[in-house]
Design a protein around this ligand. Structure first.
Ligand code: DPP
Ligand code: ZN
Length: 876
């Protein structure tokens, strides 16, 4: 299979100045005419051929405008090669495509009766022959022609410049986008859609019309997204001084979509999951996610669209940077500390395992077979952490100057990661040579701290070492440039002021140490009381660390650290260590040990904490996931970890039953649902309490849960009661399942949660037959990625005991699903393969059947590049 290498990058031989597209939309035979004006790249050799991409296409017509004779060309391996007639010329190309047969949801396809597109990364080549690479930026003029009755709304990028009634039942609309863009940002939509409209006036005085389109029945669920969009526009102006640059900003909600959303210039296309929000269809977490994704796509207008990527190896240039920006936005509008903890949880649950597995790759990958496989947590979330470290190292004002320089220098260009770093260097005057390693070295660095306090000299010595484990193709690593944000807490939990021996200045109560070597020692003086170190505050680098703290110190930090992230983190470490100890004891003795008193006491202090905001407290009282605990084991046994974790939950739940009951009562509300961060936090804490209480489902608690389920007016609370009731095997489950179905049946997004909650919460062998049965449900569809993710994704990723069934039945199910889906939708199939990639880390009785499932996939005939790449790398 063809491997694409960063080193092989060459600029294009021909650039495109203008492309004029005309679509005659027809579900089974859409005619696409492209008039593309090419101009030879100034550096290209004069005899360079013109090379165009095209997949699953046949040209019906190919001619050079103004020339009688037909051009010479040949087509091979999805490439059309043509001898150019001149330095600059216009090619007319007509292709015919069948959107109704496009089940890969890549290129032009049909979702719920509407035409829509997804062109990132390489979908445009399924529409017409074109240099489908991001460093070719062109002005687009697009005319859409379609039946007026069936497709009254016609949309494309930019401003609408003309409309016409064609007299034969068809109508047309023409759009012009004044900003040159790569083909991956092209979009069109045609359908019968409802519109929600609003306005925003930019700081520059531009009056922008904001349009949100969705199916008629869900247009009343778009208000939250509209508010989020306005907040994002305002936030970017105040934080970055960047304003929107067209007269219209359109967002279309689409039911069948592979990704979360897509930042096409002026015409975002969104998975409905990240647009629609109403009390009965979206959970609190989804209300937050809508704000985050709306902001993410909006922020791409500058970091992605105005400045795009030179090639796909630079993907994190736009994605890491834009995730960093949307995270900062959410931190500002929701809660900084809650947001930080959630971002870290996401990184640890997805990126750390990826970085420790067979598909590990640097933030700037060196090679790929299928670029769609590289829209990963490493590119997005680790990429965002790398940007965040730059902000930490340079400080916000200098970082912002670097951003301004980046925009000033590269606006209108297809840029590289290297150019971005150069801007940060030029703005700060600092050498970021070593920092660049974050982009090219894969793997999660591991820090080990050791410290000693000398009361006589009032000195505190902190020693730290770093190592980065080998990853595929990278056996040894150089030390990285790692910011360590730290403080030394006195016995009251207050940070003491810091002064390094030989250092000129007093550093204040918190400082950032810059580790650049494999080992370093820092000596602080004037430390009057034995301190507890608070290290990596705010998660100052995407690393793992061992702070070498005993349980007492962890409990102290869990209760007292004035850094909210570290307070949460200390509780997580304490829980992981406690559970791992108990796992060891269970293995030795064959029976579950009692919950250690030390943990119970520490937990009690937290649950009695009256000061923390409820959302933070809910996070603090949540145990680390089974997956995260397993990552800490050489050979992971999901069944054992699950059992021990459940045992801890049950022990805590019965011991603190009165406290959980009082938490529940205090945060219960009869008010009608209204989303706000504060309300969401209260619901989270209340539902967490109920979740614990239902570990011991006695009548009082069951009554509370049923009351909540029957009386609540929102899906957050329905699921908050329904999920744990299902898990504890309440006899009312099937009745509740039916009631919940009737509440959800009119919303695909609500139904997704009806599906996923069932396959997640039903434990053991029953879950597999349930998952299989649900794939036969009339509301399930293999063509809708959200549905596949709700059933197959939740089963494989969120139900460890069922997926890892010892007879291999869970693996067999996933493997068969992947093999079948691969023909229809390779991107989705390849995503599902990631549940198999960590097979080497499992206990032998599981790793063997997992490996077998991967091998059977590899042996599947006609495997797509997408699936082949993940499977073959996993087995390598
Ligand atoms: N649509 C994806 C995102 O916004 C890819 N650009 O991240
Ligand atoms: Zn993005």
């Amino acid at each position: 299979r063809k491997v694409h290498n960063l080193k092989a990058y060459r600029p294009p031989h021909f650039l495109v100045e203008q492309v004029t597209l005309t679509f005659e939309l027809d579900p089974s035979a859409t005619r696409v005419e492209a008039l593309t004006h090419f101009k030879r790249h100034p550096d290209a050799p004069t005899d360079a051929p013109l090379q165009l991409h095209g997949e699953e296409l046949q040209p019906e017509l190919l001619e050079i405008v103004g020339q009688q004779e037909r051009p010479h060309y040949h087509i091979e391996n999805d490439r059309l090669t043509l001898t150019p007639p001149a330095e600059s010329f216009t090619l007319r190309c007509v292709t015919r495509i069948a959107p109704d047969k496009n089940s890969a949801l890549d290129g032009l396809y049909i979702s719920g009766g509407m035409f829509c597109t997804q062109c990132e990364a390489e979908g445009f080549r399924k529409i017409t022959y074109y240099p489908d690479r991001p460093d070719v930026m062109a002005k687009f003029r697009v005319t859409l022609i379609a039946e007026a009755q069936q497709y009254p709304i016609l949309l494309s990028n930019g401003d609408k410049v003309a409309t016409a009634d064609l007299g034969d039942g068809r109508h047309s609309a023409t759009y012009e986008d004044p900003y040159p863009k790569p083909s991956y940002l092209f979009a069109l939509v045609a359908g019968d859609l409802a519109l929600l409209e609003d306005h925003y006036t930019t700081a520059e005085g531009r009056k922008v019309t904001l349009q949100l389109y969705s199916e008629h029945h869900s247009i009343d669920q778009c208000g939250h997204a509209m508010q989020a969009l306005k907040k994002a526009m305002q936030w970017e102006e105040s934080r970055y001084g960047l304003s929107y640059d067209l007269n219209t900003y359109m967002i279309v909600a689409v039911g069948n979509f592979n990704m979360g959303a897509m930042e096409n210039k002026g015409l975002n296309i969104f998975n409905t999951k990240y647009v629609l929000a109403a009390p009965h269809v979206a959970t609190d977490a989804e209300y937050e996610a809508v704000e985050g994704v709306i902001a993410h796509e909006y922020f791409h207008n500058w970091t992605g669209n105005r400045i795009t990527c030179r090639d796909w190896f630079q993907l994190s240039l736009k994605e890491g940077l834009t995730v960093y920006r949307d995270q900062s936005f959410s931190a500002d509008i929701v809660s900084g500390s809650v947001q930080r903890i959630q971002d870290v949880r996401l990184l640890r649950n997805h990126q750390f395992p990826e970085d420790a597995g067979p598909t590990a790759h640097p933030v700037q990958p060196e090679s790929y077979i299928e670029i769609n496989n590289f829209y990963t947590s490493t590119i997005y979330n680790k990429g965002a952490e790398v940007i965040r470290m730059l902000e930490t190292l340079l400080g916000w004002p200098i970082f912002r100057q670097g951003m301004d320089l980046y925009v000033a220098r590269h606006d209108g260009q297809a840029a590289t990661v290297e150019q971005f770093i150069c801007c940060m260097e030029d703005a700060s005057g600092r050498d970021l040579g070593q920092f660049r390693l974050w982009y090219v070295q894969a793997g999660t660095p591991e820090l080990t701290f050791n410290s000693l306090y000398y009361p006589e000299s009032q000195r505190y010595v902190l020693n730290v070492t770093q190592v980065c484990p080998p990853t595929p193709g990278q056996l040894s690593k150089a030390p990285m440039h790692i910011p360590i944000r730290m403080a030394l807490l006195d016995p009251d939990g207050q940070p003491q002021s810091l002064k390094l021996v030989d250092g000129e200045q007093v550093l204040g109560a918190e400082t950032v140490l810059e580790l650049t070597t494999g080992e370093a020692t820092y000596t602080f003086e004037g430390v009057s009381k034995a301190p507890t170190p608070s290290l990596m505050r705010g998660f100052s680098a995407p690393v793992k660390w061992d702070a070498a703290l005993d349980r007492e110190a962890l409990a102290f930090l869990w209760a007292n650290d004035n850094d909210p992230f570290n307070r949460w983190e200390s509780g997580q470490i304490l829980a992981v260590e406690t559970i791992l100890d108990m796992v060891g004891l269970t293995q030795q003795n064959g029976e579950l040990p009692d919950l250690p008193e030390s943990f119970a006491h520490a937990f009690e202090t937290i649950i009695k904490d009256g000061k923390s905001e409820p959302a933070l407290l809910a996070l603090s009282l949540s145990l680390p996931t089974t997956g995260y605990i397993m990552d800490r084991m050489d050979k992971a046994d999901p069944h054992l970890v699950y059992r021990v974790r459940q045992h801890v939950r049950q022990a805590v739940a019965s011991r603190f039953r009165p406290l959980f009951l009082s938490l529940y009562g205090r945060h219960y509300s009869d008010e009608p649902y209204h989303y706000s961060p504060a309300n969401a936090g209260a619901r989270a804490l209340k539902n967490l309490a109920l979740d614990y209480l239902l570990e011991n489902p006695e009548p009082t608690v069951l009554a509370l849960a049923h009351k909540q389920f029957h009386q609540a007016d929102n899906i957050t609370d329905w699921l908050g009661a329904y999920g744990p009731l299902l898990r504890c095997g309440s006899p009312s489950s099937s009745e509740l399942t039916h009631i919940l179905y009737t509440r959800c049946k009119d919303s695909a997004n609500a139904l997704d949660k009806w599906f996923s909650t069932q396959v997640t919460m039903v434990a053991g062998p029953e879950a597999l037959s349930l998952a299989k049965a649900l794939t036969q449900h009339p509301d399930f569809s293999w063509s809708t990625p959200n549905k596949v993710r709700a059933v197959v994704g939740s089963f494989s990723g969120a139900n460890p005991t069922a997926f890892h069934a010892i007879d291999g039945s869970g693996y067999g199910f996933l493997q068969e699903v992947i093999a079948q889906l691969d023909e229809k939708n390779p991107q989705l199939a390849a995503r599902l393969c990631t549940y198999f990639t960590r097979w080497r880390r499992m206990v032998p009785e599981l790793s063997q059947p997992m490996q077998n499932a991967l091998q059977r996939l590899l042996d599947t005939p006609n495997l797509s590049n997408d699936t082949y790449e993940i499977v073959s790398k996993s087995l390598a």
